[in-house]
Design a binder for this molecule. Structure first.
Ligand code: GDG
Length: 488
C-alpha cells in the first residue's frame, strides 16, 4: 500500500509546485528511475530543504501513473498523480490556455471553460490535501506559481496552524484585464489564504492589491492587506494581515560563472563561432517557444535590418534557440508554424551559402551548451512582450566574467526593473528595436564594459539564495528556517 510510505505530519518545511524537481525516467528494464531537473528553483531551495529536512510535493511529469513518496538527494519527494484528462483540463487548459495568456496581458486570447475551472479546483484540492497531510504542526509551506493559486486557502482551512507562503512566477495583470476572469473572486480568495504572497515586480504586487480592493473592499496599507478573519488564527483582532510584495527572483550567479570559466566551455564557445563562419557579431535569443517572448518581433526587426542593408549576413548572425514548449496547446502550434515560416523566408531571402541569417534551433540543450552560447554571443536579445522576470537575461550577465557583451532587454520583462544598464527596448516599437540592435552591434568596447560591470554587480549581489532567504525571512519573521541558507 503506497499510503504506508507517507510519513504523516513529518515535515517542517514543504514546497508545493506543479512539477517536482525530478523527472520520471522509464528504465530499459521497465523499472522506475528519477533524474534531477536542475532548474533555478531547485538550486535555490535545495540548501533550505536539506537543512530543514523538507519535502517537495508535485507532479512527476507523466499522466495516469501513481508513485510512492521517495528520497532524492536528501529531499523527500511526494508525487501527486494527474490523469490524462486532468493534464488536459487543469494544466494545458486552465493553467496554460486561460491563466497564462490572461496574466500576460492577453497577448493571446485566453479561453474560458467551466470544465477546465472544475478540474483546476479538483487538482488544487489534491495538492492541498497532500501538503496538509505531510506538514508537521506549525510547518512552513511554500506554494509556487499560477497553477496552484487555490492551495493557500484550501490549506489554511484544513490546517490553520501552518505558515503559508505563495510565490507567483508570472506577472499579475492590471485589474481591467484580470477582471475578465469569470472566477476572479475565487482565485484572489484562494491566494489570500497565504501569509505572504510574493510577486516578481512592485507593479505586480500593486495590481494584486488593487484587485483585492476592487473585488473585496479589504483595506490595504503599503504591502499589507487586512483580511477579515473570524477564526482562531487571527492575530490582529478580527483581521489577518497578509503581506503582498515584490521578491524579484534570480539565478545561481556563481554557478553560472563557474561553468563559464571552464576551459572546455570556452573552447566550445569558440567552436560555435567558428561553425557559424566566424561572423563579426553573433546575436543570440534563448527562449521557450512562447508567444510572450516576442520572438516574432525580434525576427521582424532583424529581417528589416538585413533588407535595408543596415546589417549584413556576412557580418552578423542571429542564433535563436527556441526550446520546445506546450506543444499540445493550439496557440503554441500556430506560433511555431509562424516562426518557422519567418525563419525560412529570412534565410531564403538573405542567407548566402557560407552565412545563414538566422540559425534556428528548436531544441533543448544541456546547461553547459547554453553557457557556451552565452559566451559566444556579442549581443543578447530579450524582447519579451510580457515576462514575470526573465532569467535568461540574468544568466547572460552572470556568464560574462570577461566584462563584455551587450544585453538588449525589454521593458516588459521584470528583469528590466533591476537591469537598468541594459539597452532597454519597447519590443512593440519595431523602429526603436532596430535602432537598439544596431546600437548594441556597434557599441564601443568601453561602454560595453561599463554597462556589463554594473549589470554584473546587480546580479551577483542579488542571487537566488538571497531571494529565497528574503522570502522565507518575511514568511517566518525570524531566523530558524533561513539558517540553512546563510550557514551552509
Ligand atoms: C517563468 C516566467 C520567470 C531555456 N531553454 C533551455 C534552457 N532554458 C532555461 C533558461 C532559463 C529558463 O529555462 C527559462 O526561464 P525564463 O525566466 O527565461 O522564462 P520561463 O520559462 O517563462 O519562466 C519567467 C521564471 O519563471 C522564474 O520565476 O523569470 O518570467 O515566465 O533558466 O536558461 N535550459 C537548458 N536548455 C535549454 O534549451 N538547459
Amino acid at each position: 500500500d503506497p499510503d504506508d510510505l507517507y510519513v504523516d505530519h513529518a515535515y517542517d518545511m514543504i514546497v508545493v509546485s506543479n512539477r517536482l524537481p525530478v523527472d520520471y525516467e522509464e528504465q530499459p528494464d521497465g523499472g522506475i528511475g528519477w533524474k534531477s531537473s536542475p532548474g533555478g528553483l531547485v538550486t535555490a531551495l535545495e540548501p533550505v530543504m536539506r537543512a530543514a529536512d523538507g519535502a517537495w510535493i508535485g507532479w512527476a511529469g507523466v499522466a495516469d501513473r501513481e508513485f510512492d513518496p521517495f528520497e532524492h538527494d536528501g529531499i523527500s519527494i511526494i508525487p501527486v498523480p494527474l490523469s490524462e484528462s486532468e493534464l488536459e483540463e487543469y494544466y494545458e487548459g486552465f493553467s496554460n490556455d486561460t491563466l497564462w495568456p490572461l496574466y500576460h496581458d492577453v497577448i493571446a486570447p485566453p479561453s474560458f471553460h467551466r470544465e477546465w475551472w472544475d478540474a483546476y479546483v479538483r487538482v488544487n484540492r489534491r495538492f492541498a490535501e497532500a501538503a496538509a497531510r505531510a506538514a508537521s504542526d506549525g510547518a512552513v509551506v511554500w506554494v509556487q506559481d499560477y497553477q496552484l493559486q487555490l492551495v493557500p486557502k484550501m490549506l489554511r482551512e484544513s490546517r490553520p496552524d501552518l505558515v503559508i507562503g505563495f510565490f507567483n512566477h508570472i506577472p499579475f495583470p492590471a485589474y481591467g484585464i484580470y477582471s475578465q476572469l469569470p472566477w476572479r473572486r475565487q482565485v484572489i480568495d484562494g491566494l489570500l489564504g497565504a501569509d505572504v504572497i510574493g510577486f516578481q515586480r512592485v507593479a505586480d504586487a500593486g495590481n494584486f492589491s488593487r484587485a483585492v480592493r476592487r473585488l473585496f473592499g479589504y483595506r490595504t496599507h503599503g504591502t499589507v492587506i487586512d483580511v477579515p478573519d473570524t477564526d482562531a488564527t487571527s492575530n490582529e483582532g478580527d483581521v489577518r494581515r497578509v503581506v503582498a510584495r515584490a521578491f524579484p527572483i534570480s539565478i545561481d550567479a556563481a554557478g553560472f560563472e563557474e561553468m563559464a570559466r571552464r576551459p572546455e566551455v570556452q573552447r566550445r564557445a569558440a567552436e560555435i563561432r567558428e561553425s557559424l563562419g566566424n561572423p563579426e557579431t553573433i546575436i543570440l535569443g534563448v527562449d521557450r517557444l512562447d508567444y510572450t517572448k516576442g520572438i516574432r518581433h525580434r525576427m521582424k526587426a532583424f529581417g528589416e535590418l538585413l533588407r535595408d542593408g543596415r546589417l549584413n549576413v556576412e557580418d552578423v548572425t542571429l542564433v535563436q534557440v527556441a526550446s520546445p514548449s506546450r506543444e499540445r496547446v493550439e496557440t503554441y502550434r500556430q506560433l511555431r508554424d509562424e516562426i518557422e515560416l519567418t525563419v525560412g523566408r529570412l534565410n531564403g531571402d538573405y542567407a548566402t551559402l557560407g552565412h545563414q541569417a538566422i540559425a534556428y534551433l528548436h531544441h533543448g540543450y544541456p546547461r553547459d551548451e547554453m553557457v557556451a552560447l552565452y559566451l559566444a554571443a556579442d549581443v543578447m536579445l530579450v524582447t519579451a512582450l510580457r515576462d514575470g522576470m526573465n532569467l535568461v537575461a540574468k544568466e547572460y550577465v552572470a556568464c560574462r566574467f570577461d566584462g563584455d557583451g551587450v544585453l538588449v532587454l525589454s521593458e516588459f520583462a521584470g528583469a528590466s526593473d533591476e537591469l537598468r544598464q541594459a539597452v532597454l527596448v519597447n519590443p512593440h516599437d519595431i523602429e526603436g528595436l532596430k535602432d537598439a540592435i544596431v546600437e548594441a552591434v556597434r557599441m564601443p568596447r568601453r561602454e560595453r564594459t561599463r554597462r556589463m560591470r554594473a549589470l554584473r554587480r546587480r546580479v551577483i549581489d542579488n542571487d537566488v539564495a538571497k531571494w529565497s532567504a528574503s522570502f522565507l525571512e518575511t514568511l517566518t519573521g525570524a531566523g530558524i528556517i533561513t539558517a540553512g541558507v546563510t550557514e551552509p
